[in-house]
Design a protein around this ligand. Structure first.
Ligand SMILES: Cc1ncc(COP(=O)(O)O)c(C=O)c1O
Length: 439
């Protein structure tokens, strides 16, 4: 029998949020394991950390939440109540935002597909700020705005082609995202800008770039801003005056995952002075937007799993939990070292320890960070994975007929609420085609 009366989960050196061991065991009894648990207060704290990071910017700074990182309605509702913007990439994300208390007015829409149908749909749902990233996209947006009879504020997504030191890079060598500043074809920021400035139904709003995710060296933002400044000044010489109302510097703010990474203050400190001098040099006090997914959502959430088996193999001790990469895909894909902790803990094992998931796949072995504490593991104890709120519960998959786990939220009032019901085997069977068997 596991003694749950000991201290809270978060001990020295481990990131917030803290949950009492008793609460984790009580929730495990009630909802089963694994389950995700989100802390609402941490979501709100992350917004204010971003705001503080850019507080020295002389114009208006707006935080945007990149919904792709975690579209759980309770998460969206929390951010909507903070009055921040939403970065969306799909019309269905807009449905989620509108149904969760957000408004179309606060949406910046950056599509990859850029079809006329998609644009018409979101424009009719009230979105007015749309980022285009191809010439075709511009034509499609024009068609959509004309059909809907509205004026759209269009931004141009540039790819500044800078080197990015990050886990996921989206600039140099990534033609999928954004337009080159100048280039021979109509798919260049210069040509799209020229066309946009002469298109009735569209108003030029500003520029957007996104450099990557989990960016560890913020110097790439400085390089991108420098290139953008040269582009704006050059384009004005050729096209005449135009006003930059908004500059969106994308996402990429990193999450620790067991190591030291720059904070929003570190990043802001590095580039705010440069942004302020950009304001001077182009003469536009643009609204600055930073759209974060990972930073805003990751640290709020833990995944709670249970030890289901332990065995020795040679020198090593293997700890089996009832989670796997089907609920934490980036442990296999990106080898993320989520900080992991046995609850309640114990003395570190003298043996080498491997933490393995329930899937019958050699990839289902969790990388262990230096901040992990796996001492005291016993069958029946809980194992908590930290900083898992981004790109995890929205990517759950039913490999090995595993139902989606429930998502719980500790509300700012201190109670626990269900933020997503777990599936059971019956529901999973039906969703996976069981309900088609009679056809
Ligand atoms: C255009 C855009 N903005 C923002 C983000 C969010 O990035 P992150 O979660 O690293 O902050 C992404 C992520 O892919 C993106 O593609």
């Amino acid at each position: 029998m596991v003694d749950t009366r000991t201290q809270s989960v978060s001990r020295a050196g481990l990131a917030a949020p803290r949950f009492a061991d008793e609460d984790l065991y009580r929730l495990a009894e009630k909802h089963g394991t694994p389950y995700f648990l989100i802390d609402e207060a941490t979501l709100r704290k992350k917004v204010s950390e971003m705001e503080q990071g850019f507080s020295e910017y002389k114009g208006v700074f707006r935080v945007a939440y990149s919904v792709k990182a975690n579209f759980n309605p309770s998460v969206i509702r929390t951010f909507a109540s903070e009055g921040i913007l939403f970065d969306l990439t799909a019309a269905n994300e807009l449905v989620f935002v509108l149904k969760s208390g957000g408004s179309a007015e606060n949406v910046m829409y950056t599509s990859i597909t850029e079809t006329a149908e998609e644009y018409e749909k979101i424009v009719r749902m009230g979105v007015r700020k749309i980022v285009v990233a191809s010439y075709n996209g511009l034509l499609n947006l024009t068609e959509a705005a004309t059909k809907a009879g509205v004026v759209v504020k269009a931004m141009i997504r540039v790819n500044p082609e800078v080197h990015v030191h990050a886990e996921l890079r989206g600039s140099m060598g990534h033609g999928k995202f954004g337009l080159q500043f100048n280039g021979g074809s109509q798919d260049s920021a210069f040509y799209v800008l020229k066309k946009l400035l002469n298109t009735p139904g569209l108003e030029f709003e500003g520029f957007h770039f996104h450099l990557g995710s989990q960016i560890e060296d913020p110097a790439c933002y400085a390089d991108a801003i420098e290139k953008l400044e040269a582009f704006i000044l050059g384009a004005r010489r050729q096209l005449g005056p135009f006003t930059v109302n908004t500059l969106d510097i994308g996402g990429g703010l990193p999450v620790p995952y067991g190591k030291k990474v720059p904070t929003p203050k570190d990043l802001g400190g590095k580039i705010v002075e440069q942004l302020n001098s950009l304001v001077e040099s182009i003469g536009d006090r643009f609204t600055l937007v930073a759209e974060s997914g990972r930073f805003l959502s990751a640290e709020s959430t833990v995944l709670v799993s249970r030890v289901v088996n332990i065995k020795s193999f040679g020198e090593a001790k293997y700890i089996y939990v009832d989670a796997g990469y089907h609920v934490l895909i980036d442990s296999a894909l990106l080898r993320h070292e989520y900080p992991v902790e046995v609850v309640p803990g114990g003395k570190p094992s003298p043996q080498k320890v491997a933490l393995v998931g329930r899937l019958c796949d050699p990839l289902d072995v969790f990388p262990i960070s230096s901040r992990s504490k796996l001492g005291g593991a016993e069958v029946g104890k809980l194992v908590v994975f930290r900083e898992v709120g981004a790109y995890s519960l929205v990517m759950n998959m039913p490999f090995h007929s595993q139902p989606r786990p429930p998502v719980l939220m500790r509300t700012s009032q201190g109670g626990y609420a269900v933020a997503r019901k777990g599936q059971d085997a019956e529901k999973l069977f039906a969703d996976e085609g069981g309900d088609c068997l009679s056809n």
